[in-house]
Design a protein around this ligand. Sequence first.
Ligand code: ADP
Length: 647
Amino acid sequence: MSLKYKYALSATGIFVAFLGFFVILGWFLDSNFIKHILPGQVSMKFNTALCFILAGMAFCTRHIYYLRKWRSITCISACIVLLYGGISLLQEMFTEGFGIDEFFIKDIEAPLRFESNPGRMSPLTAGCFFLTGLGLLLQDSHKRKLLVISQYLFHIITLVAFICIIGYIFNVPRFYKWHFVNSMAVHTAITFFIMSIVATLAHAHLGIPRIFTASSIGNKIARKLFFRFTLYIIISSFCCLLLYNAMPQEIEFTIAFFTVISIVAGLYFISKTAIDINVLAKKEKLAEENLRLTIESAPYAIILSDIKGTIELVNRQTERMYGYSRKELINENVGMLIPIEKYTKAISIYKPFSQLQDNILFDGNENISAIKKNGEIFPVELILTPIKTERGIMVITAVNDITVRKRNEETINKQLEELQYKNQELEQFNYIASHDLQEPLRTVSNYINLLLEDYNQLFNDEVKQHLSAMQAATTRMTRLVRTLLDFGKLGHNRKLSLTDCQMVINDVTTDLNTLINHNDACIIITTPMPVVYAYSGELHQLFQNLINNAIKFRKKNIPPRIKIGHVKKNGYFQFSISDNGIGIAPEYSEQIFHLFQRVKNGTEYEGHGIGLANCKKITEMHGGKIWVESKPGKGSTFYFTISNFKA
Ligand code: ADP
């Protein structure tokens, strides 16, 4: 339901309930103005006011969002209104009182007006309440038929109330009196009129409101014409009545006057309507022209054809793409331009009317080709959109020439293959080189050991010192070669599995227990860690490297304090590991993730500059990235992301 209708329904509910309260107040204060509005006319009865409060409450609880928890009141109120109306009608039929008329308050002035049933609402009012209650109950139904009935119940109320109002305007008591003592009060009639019209907006697409609320040209014209026409009839008739009252013997003059102003007004309405239609038709023509221009200048070939495939329209790009002229294509079969089996498939899928809005895409992966006039075959991508027209189903086909894209894709794929091959070669070289380097290193180390153990007495202290330095260098080199080997092996035999990050962190802290205790480090998990699809061994290594660095690069005299957290973003998890360590200068924030790159070397902090290169490789394996935000002396926060892989 449109929001403006919802507002109208809520406002009407409040208005009707408020009016009911007001009239009840009038009864307690014995205010003739509130009860009667028009002096000398009947009053709105206490029970009528009560029923309006209930009907207003039913509107409010159904349509005001904040009162939705009181939704059950809608049904209860509608039932009471229905019963009240029904019992009042029965009383009238059987002239039998059931004691509801003066149940709440005594109508003391009724006998003065010779009213036979004091406090009783008029049968017209009772009937309208009966229909209101029934209409409100049916409005909750899910069956279209019952909803239509509820709309027509409200239309009957509108008609009855409208006749009463006209009766009051033109002072024709027969219009608002059932019989001379029981009539509908003027404010009762107005309230019923407004309430019943607005009530039908709850299902504006059904019944008479559809004519006025829909958005087609006819509906727009009907809306304008109806209000103008009604207003004219009421005003002109009223003028004629005044004229007749002023000159009762000149009835012919009044009729002639009415005829003249009706013809003039009719002319005015016709010309106004003609102008409105012209404006709307102009807008439609403009929209059509814009659509034609858009189709004509589209970068795709656009073809309009009927269900059999007969071409009715093509754009300029179709001529350019295929080399045919428009004349050569119109009335030919679409199979000339696209594979006909795709066309038939689209039609067969989209025959049901309910699905006509959808379109079907045959993209580049389907390897579809089309043939130009000169016989050249080229790859295409198709979008077929069946549309409803006054001549039945038609199909708009958009054809995109993807020759350049395919060529680029081929080039990229070839380059990718080459790159992969080169990468493999490089990895193999790294593996073989580091593996083979280990052997001579081991030999050198063994010989140094041999010299130091077996010929110790032959060397003076200086030679011994040199030999020890050589021994240390070979050990360092062995470690470096092993690290290189590990880096090359990273990700081999990997397998994605459901990994609980909390368990991974627990394992890491157990492994690093000595380091943590020795440095008096404190690790705080700020958010509950997620379970992710990951290469668990590699994820362990990633957390270990980052936590290890956060402890290693600590400030002197300040125990490391490490916070680990994460946020879930659209399609990935973003983890953060922050410390209160020495921090990193911004100029190093990229470089530290490259192999063997360090900010502080050797002596102060131990390491080879390989840990973060490993971390980068691991995050990339997980479809993520890693970066650092830091300021020297202010600690660092390392962020890394992991794609939210599905099993
Ligand atoms: P390594 O720790 O072996 O030196 P890494 O690749 O792990 O190698 O780190 C590279 C460099 O990044 C380190 O040398 C260090 O200067 C800097 N770095 C890494 N983590 C931190 C940290 N948490 N705080 C400060 N500097 C760090």
